[in-house]
Ligand binder design. Sequence first.
Ligand SMILES: Cc1cc2nc3c(=O)[nH]c(=O)nc-3n(C[C@H](O)[C@H](O)[C@H](O)COP(=O)(O)OP(=O)(O)OC[C@H]3O[C@@H](n4cnc5c(N)ncnc54)[C@H](O)[C@@H]3O)c2cc1C
Length: 489
Amino acid sequence: MGARTGQEYIDRLAETRPTVEINGERVLGAIPEHPALAAVVRSYAELYDLQHSPELRDVLTYESPTSGDRVGTSFMVPHTAEDLARRGAGFKAWADHSLGTLGRTGDYLNSALMALSEAGPWFAQADARFADNAAAYYEKVREEDLLTTHTLIPPQANRAVGPGQQVDGRALGAHVVGEDDNGIVIRGARMLATIGPIADELLVFPSTVLKGTPDDAPYSFAFAINCDAPGLRFICRENLDYGRDHPLGGRFDEIDAVVVFDDVHVAWERVFMLGNPELCNGFYNDTSAVVHMAHQVTTRTTAKAEAFLGLLSLMTEAIGIEQFTHIQEDLAEVVTIVGTLHGLIRAAEADAAPNEFGVCTPAWEPLNTARNWFPKASQRLPEIVRKFGASGLMAIPTEADLAGSAREDVERYLQSAALSGPERVRLFRLAWDLSTSGFAGRQNLYEYYFFGDPVRMAGALLKATDREPYKDRVRGFLERVTESEPVPA
Ligand SMILES: Cc1cc2nc3c(=O)[nH]c(=O)nc-3n(C[C@H](O)[C@H](O)[C@H](O)COP(=O)(O)OP(=O)(O)OC[C@H]3O[C@@H](n4cnc5c(N)ncnc54)[C@H](O)[C@@H]3O)c2cc1C
């Protein structure tokens, strides 16, 4: 089958019946037709259609090594720097489509599955079947162009105790409650799965940050299930799609949902790791999955930072504020954020090398820097939009007003130094939806926690960084100056 069209994605989704609770009701009909989900489904469909557009076909797809069909570039196993650059160009083309605001496009986890599928010997440490399962699953997702999402974090009941003692000394997190000849049975919950209701498949993987201890064996696993598996339920947050007057929220609200496993049966062929906290702790690092995920994420966040720079530049032009030095200072800060991201991606791709499984893998230091730094830097971007826009972010009548009885007032009183009234309203509405609206608030939280809790990530970064050479240099300097310039008595 290979790379899907938008219609093929929608048709498959319409045939599935995941259990989804939203706004106090269970979704009974087809997912693509639900008012809270229809717009984001259409946006995802647009991404699939781009795979077939004459301009982007060669960027977004390549020839499958097994079927010969065109399949998504994010599935490509990179062997050379050119392959990595092709993967990066594919990430960028999809990210630009939503100004970087769609965070769970398929290329994110396709990248993880690609790396996992190549890490057979690592999986075989636990069980040779897990290596085969990971490789076969990757191939299925690639050839059927399935959309996957993941859920990693246990419910936030009591972070002061372990997963087995969450409430009244009992477990809440998803855990193994049974095993039979056909597979395993899972009960409990995971905190969140973005796009769960509109994805084809759910990857229930270890956390990228939380580390398991031997006591965590029942919570330690990696498996995949289809999103309409019996016993699986998604409980959605409030929908942030308030219609087309919200240029981003009205298109790109990737619904987030709590995931409940009510004795969900998972077939053995979809289990990739089981009851092995130590290996689960190394799931992403030891397989290089985290590096390829971070390559996609940093490319997407670059698209987003570039969009902020474009938007802010249009705003300063629109209302004539670029000559003020504090405005220039803030704009320059955004230029440096964009430049830093460009440099980090370029360094990661330029210093790529084969990993132990022969997969050409971007250099980790630049991408690890990006994933630790951008969650914090990203918070400045909407803050600067709010500072520049001020009351202009509220003087945004709707599209209906632009065509209705207020039209003349809008044209006269909302025009700006560089734009007509309607043009300025549309620009500032975009600014509001990227900085101030409910959609924007969710985006900020999303960027901040994207790879996990930044506080614990900082601790992990310190632990993983060899600082001895720098300490030695400073010690050497102190010795040198002390010897050559004895302290006066
Ligand atoms: C919009 C959004 C979408 C998301 N989508 C997904 C998804 O699709 N799939 C998925 O798996 N996850 C998703 N997440 C979850 C994300 O991975 C987590 O938010 C992140 O890992 C942080 O974990 P937490 O939210 O449980 O925070 P907590 O761990 O509960 O932390 C809450 C606060 O307490 C502090 N804290 C807690 N424990 C400790 C500790 N031991 N030491 C120090 N400080 C501590 C933290 O620093 C933080 O300030 C999403 C999150 C958001 C906000």
